[in-house]
Design a protein around this ligand. Structure first.
Ligand code: 5AD
Ligand code: SF4
Length: 436
């Protein structure tokens, strides 16, 4: 540890869990190697990092007004860095439009953060860079849970998606490094890991070292052998790669939490083809049906895009049909947003803005009704809950294996324990229960 006084780092993260993990890695690099400490007050910071998302247009258009605000509020000598997907996508354009920005670091260059902060005008956004063998220090945001990257980039070419242009092609992180990182986390008290990748179940298709070999199922089996690790989650699997072997492992491996995110995008086989998703409505429904049959209390969440340029009323009806049949437990809804350098950018649209908004509304309303119908069925069920937070009123909050937030009253401290809870009450977004 250096004896220099600490410098303060303010970091704002937009977007997905992958970006959150990248921010944790940057914080670890800066705190361990460069004597930074975190601050939640922008005005106190010596270094301000925006870790950006460019999956939809809105956050990108807000970036420059946000940067302007930051520039007004910051300490005079504080540095500003733009990292993440919008950094990859806009590159040196960011410094041209906002010359007070000190550096721009793309989503595949997290390991270069200590270098970037030292050079005014530093720009590195090359999407071929391979940092899969880099070992980051750890920054703990949660005591019992840890996010673990298992791959970088994406090897798909969904026609609506900018990610392959910002995060580059897919490379898996060597299995030994993943196992080492988890073992270390577990020795420090972590009980649950969230494995992260754009398409986790494509793990092992491409490694930097051509001799490495492992499938996702083999990785899951090896991770499960880590004794003190109690729970495994992952996000997100791609429906196309959900073969029977994957589903069997998911339903039979006791350490794998029975809560799975399966991004549908559209329920119409025609639109799925236009999106180049590689599966049909029937395949998607068959996979969900199989999972529901084999795992009684499984919860399935999804992503849905409405208003894709070629989505007719009939196509949208197919999406509604899938929602009605699969009965998703959670839906992340998006209105299609045209992105630069994607194929769909050039599709002419048959959907008006009003139709897209109305479709979004219909999905939201249908889902609400389904949730209201489903929540009461939790009464009297027993779930295993990992308790991780104590509220001001003394109640404890945790998550069940299948991903429900559950609140209980208890005299004794139960943080870090996994306990059986009998459900006594329900709300739209959480359950209440008693420890048994
Ligand atoms: N427009 C709207 N939603 C998008 N997503 C990705 N690209 C777009 C886009 N151009 C959504 C997808 C993906 C989620 C992370 O973001 O549903 O699964
Ligand atoms: Fe984007 Fe498709 Fe890759 Fe997901 S799988 S990151 S939606 S290109």
């Amino acid at each position: 540890m250096s004896s220099l006084p600490n410098k303060k780092l303010f970091i704002q993260t937009m977007g997905c869990a992958m970006n959150e993990k990248d921010s944790e890695n940057m914080i670890a690099e800066l705190c361990i190697k460069d004597n930074y400490i975190l601050t939640a007050t922008l005005e106190d910071a010596d270094l301000i990092i925006l870790n950006t998302c460019s999956v939809r247009e809105k956050p990108v258009s807000k970036l420059f007004s946000l940067l302007g605000e930051i520039n007004k509020q910051k300490k005079q000598k504080a540095k500003i860095g733009v990292c993440g997907c919008t950094a990859s996508h806009l590159s040196s354009e960011i410094i041209k439009r906002a010359p007070y920005v000190d550096f721009v670091l793309g989503a595949r260059h997290v390991s270069k953060i200590t270098q970037a902060i030292k050079t005014k005008g530093f720009v590195d956004v090359d999407i071929d860079y391979d940092e899969t063998a880099y070992q980051f220090g750890s920054f703990e945001t949660q005591t019992y849970k840890r996010k673990i990257n298992i791959s970088i980039g994406c090897d798909k070419s969904c026609t609506f998606c900018i990610v392959p242009n910002t995060r580059g092609s897919e490379i898996s992180i060597p299995k030994e490094l993943i196992l080492q990182e988890i073992s270390k986390a577990v020795d420090g008290g972590v009980l649950e890991v969230l494995l992260l990748g754009q398409n986790v179940n494509n793990y092992g298709k491409t490694f930097s070292n051509k001799n490495s070999k492992s499938s996702f199922v083999e990785l899951l089996r090896d991770i499960s052998k880590i004794k003190k690790l109690k729970r495994i989650r992952f996000a997100s699997p791609h429906p196309l790669h959900m073969d029977d072997e994957f589903i069997d492992e998911f339903v039979t491996n006791d350490k794998i939490c029975k809560n799975i995110h399966i991004p549908l995008q559209s329920g119409s086989s025609k639109v799925l083809k236009d999106m180049r998703r590689g599966y049909t409505k029937e395949w998607f429904m068959n996979r969900c049906q199989k999972i529901r049959e084999l795992s009684k209390d499984v919860r399935i969440s999804t992503d849905i895009i409405v208003g894709f340029p070629t989505e007719s009323q009939k196509d949208f009806d197919d999406t509604i049909d899938v929602i009605k049949k699969v009965k998703f437990d959670q839906i992340f809804n998006f209105k299609y947003s045209s992105r630069p350098n994607t194929q769909a950018e050039h599709f002419s649209s048959i959907v008006s803005k009003e139709q897209a908004s109305s479709r979004l509304e219909q999905v939201i309303e249908l889902h609400k009704t389904q949730i209201d119908e489903k929540m009461p069925s939790n009464i009297n069920k027993t779930y295993k809950v990992l308790f991780e937070q104590k509220k001001e009123n003394g109640n404890f909050i945790g998550f069940s294996d299948n991903g429900y937030q559950i609140e209980v009253q208890n005299e004794k401290d139960i943080l870090g324990e996994i306990l059986d809870v009998n459900i006594t009450n329900f709300h739209r977004t959480y359950l209440e229960g008693k420890i048994i």
